[in-house]
Design a protein around this ligand. Structure first.
Ligand code: GLU
Length: 448
């Protein structure tokens, strides 16, 4: 089989939410795992609603998730290709002009419903004569263009849902060109999927009906349809569907709340499948888990509280190499030793900065008067430099007999003096990072 080509095709009409991330990740990670190509295609022919700012935000949010596309396309820059496809469909008698206004169509739908008929388009425009069209255009009406469906059972083997079929006789002939001449993605997606050699279209189950239509369009253009997979949709915890327009669970908001991108990715991919939701070490690990056959059929709730704990659990295992750039951007030093010392104590990545301030100082130590003598002994027992990771056990081994203390009475005052906090990363790991000079100052009750 040829290498797979997949695409994520958002309309830049809002910020991506976790449901969009689910679609993007299924496509990007499947392509990555199979050595294929992943295209980011902006479905931006709706110029009234698409904005450059949303397109840029989508690119940034995908970069944040870690799924860089191999290729980026904008439908708005590909209009001549759609013009050519339109000519072909017109020549084949598959596109016809229709002149009804939205209000007229609504009246027709109501009247069909009253008569117990499905509210689909009655194809009145197919019966118009040249003279009728000339008269309508003379009234100043501009046509929109509809695709004449075959009205048959269109079937495909869905990656997620198995055998699927749509009876296109039950559907309205879809509008492919608006009255203002702009194209709908129902057409442009098919043209692009053909031209870009897209092999797999993985998208939400809200597109199942479209797929019946789009397979007909692809065939009318003389092409074979790609493989389709329709995954279940994510919802809010309340069960309400996610809306890009309403800004539900946007990746932007989750990023600003400090959630980990890898945790967002894991939850977006694993929720609503028969796989366990668990932290992953990297996107390749997540890619290896993708199995379209294990995606559930029912909508699945995305739980932000679960995300918060998954973010923490994800951080606790991230290797230094995965975070070195982010630590530097945060102004955190200390290298790998610091990261390994603190990662297990982080709820949010930014908590690393607070621990770095503890290491770096200056810090006001917390010392209780009743511990003054003990801390003086502790200061005096600090091993000489150079310090390595063995310094803490050496110190404690000396301090126990020298002070006569053990357990909490020994460790708690040391932690308070050295870190100013009741709890935190292991002192064994922190002490060499703090260094002898600052440790000595803090144990002596001085700012250091
Ligand atoms: N622009 C469409 C959407 O965001 C693309 C659907 C598709 O993947 O074909 O729903």
């Amino acid at each position: 089989m040829s290498t797979p080509i997949l695409r994520f095709a958002p309309s830049p009409t809002g910020l991506l939410h976790v449901g969009n991330a689910r679609t993007a990740l299924y496509n990007a990670l499947y392509a990555r795992r199979e050595g294929g190509t992943f295209i980011l295609r902006y479905d931006d022919t709706d110029t009234a609603r698409s904005t450059a700012a949303f397109a840029q935000a989508i690119g940034e949010d995908m970069a944040w998730l870690g799924i860089a596309p191999d290729r980026v396309e904008h439908q708005s820059a590909r209009l001549p290709r759609y013009d050519a496809a339109v000519e072909k469909l017109k020549a084949a008698g598959r596109l016809y002009p229709a002149y009804e206004s939205e209000e007229e169509l609504e009246t027709k739908r109501l009247s069909r419903r009253r008569r117990g008929l499905p509210p689909i388009y009655d194809r009145a425009a197919l019966k118009l004569t040249d003279a009728d069209r000339a008269r309508l255009e003379g009234e100043g009406r501009r046509p929109h263009w509809r695709f004449r469906l075959d009205g048959r059972r269109v079937a495909w083997a869905d990656l997620v849902r198995g055998e699927q079929a749509v009876d296109t006789a039950t559907l309205s002939d879809p509008v492919l060109i608006r009255a203002d001449g702009s194209y709908l993605y129902t057409l442009t997606s098919v043209v692009d999927d053909i031209e870009m050699g897209v092999t797999h279209v993985v998208r939400g189950e809200d597109h199942v009906t479209n797929t019946g239509v789009q397979i007909e369009i692809a065939e009318a253009l003389g092409a074979a349809a790609p493989v389709f997979g329709h995954h279940n949709l994510l919802t809010l915890p309340s069960g309400e569907g996610l809306s890009k327009r309403l800004g539900h669970l946007s990746l932007r908001a989750l990023r600003e709340a400090g959630e980990e991108p890898l945790a967002v990715a894991a939850l977006a991919v694993l929720t609503g499948t028969s796989l366990a939701v668990e932290p992953v070490a990297d996107l390749d690990t997540l890619a290896a888990k993708i199995d379209f056959g294990r995606i559930s059929r029912a909508p699945a709730r995305f739980d932000p509280a679960e995300l918060t704990s998954l973010s923490a659990a994800t951080l606790h295992h991230l290797p230094f190499a995965a975070v070195a750039g982010r630590l530097a951007a945060l102004g955190v030093g200390g290298g790998e030793a610091f990261w390994l010392a603190v990662r297990g104590n982080l709820a949010r990545f930014s908590d690393a900065l607070a621990w770095w301030r503890v290491v770096e100082g200056p810090l006001d130590p917390v010392t209780a008067p009743e511990d003054a003598d003990f801390l003086a002994v502790a200061a005096a027992s600090l091993p000489p430099e150079p310090w390595d990771e063995g310094v803490y056990p050496r110190w404690i081994a000396a301090l126990k007999p020298a002070s006569g203390r053990a357990g909490r009475a020994l460790f708690h005052p040391l932690r308070l003096a050295l870190t100013g906090a009741e709890s935190g990363p292991e002192l064994k790991a922190l002490l060499p990072l703090i260094g002898r000079e600052k440790a000595l100052a803090r144990l002596s009750g001085k700012r250091g």
